[in-house]
Each structure stands twice: as structure tokens, then as C-alpha cells.
Design a binder for this molecule. Sequence first.
Ligand code: ZN
Length: 178
Amino acid sequence: MLSIVQNSDPVLRAKATEVPIADIKSARIRKILKNMTSALETQDDGVAIAAPQIGVSLRIFVVSKAVIEMPAELHKRAEMKDLRELKKRLGYLVFINPVITKLSREKEILDEGCLSVRPLYGRVKRAKKATVTAYDERGTRFTRGAAGLLAQIFQHEADHLDGVLFIDKATNLREMPR
Ligand code: ZN
């Protein structure tokens, strides 16, 4: 089973490199994407993962479409039991070489955790809205705007690609109640 790299690993602190456009549809990248989603599916409460979290220093993150289909439920931890099935069923949004092109001036302070910083949780100030331009797994460039949970995820995952963890920005760090 693929394990998720934990906090002390230097790969989480490196600035990840861009995927050459010509490689996006390669078997190598396809394999990395598969490994990322497989690793994410081992985590009941995880909805997004960045490549450095499986030890690959490339600018890629994926987000479960569950975030778009059922964002309200994702905030209620008690209902996360079925998330593993749901993630498999709904699939993923793929962001290769993502760049945040816009952040709203309006911010909010949100609870945040990370699959690589277990079991800590904290409060992080994030822009309410974010826009990302990236390539999908077919090599098509796209732009996606988001608010709420998805906007928070864009900012968290983009940070991973620059070697930044939420604990660098969080206040009120505490262990997640289980
Ligand atoms: Zn994370």
C-alpha cells in the first residue's frame, strides 16, 4: 500500500518542479496520478493530495469530486465513513502545473488539517475565493474558480508545491479529536 509522506520528510519542504507539457500524457505521469489517487483512497477523511505527499517533487495535485458534489457533508466528520466509496465513484479533478491566478481580498479563518501532518489541526486564514489555471490529465489547459472548501483546498495544495505546510500559517494548533 502506498504510504503518505509525513511532516519530517524534506520532500515536503522542496519547491516542486513543473511537469514538461510533452510529458503530461506519458505513462510516467499517468502512473503518478494513479498512485496519488490510490494513496488518497487509503485516507478516509482526505479529499485532495499533492504529488510531494507521495514523495514525488512535481507540480501536481488532485481533488476528489466529492468536494464539489457534497461540500456540506464533508464538513461533518461523522459522515465520512462512506467517503472512500464516494471518492472512487466520483473520480478526481487533476491539476498539473497549477498557478493561482486570483485570490479574493476577502479572507476567512478556517479549520485545516493535512494528510502529511497527522494528527494536527489548526486555524488558517485563507482567501474566500480562488482561481487556478492548470493542465488536466489530457494536457488541456483550463481555468477554474472556486469558493468555500474548494478554494481552501486550492490554496492548501498550491502551498504544498512550494514546500509550505499549513502548520507554517496556522494558529490554535491542536490534535484532531477522533
Ligand atoms: Zn496537505
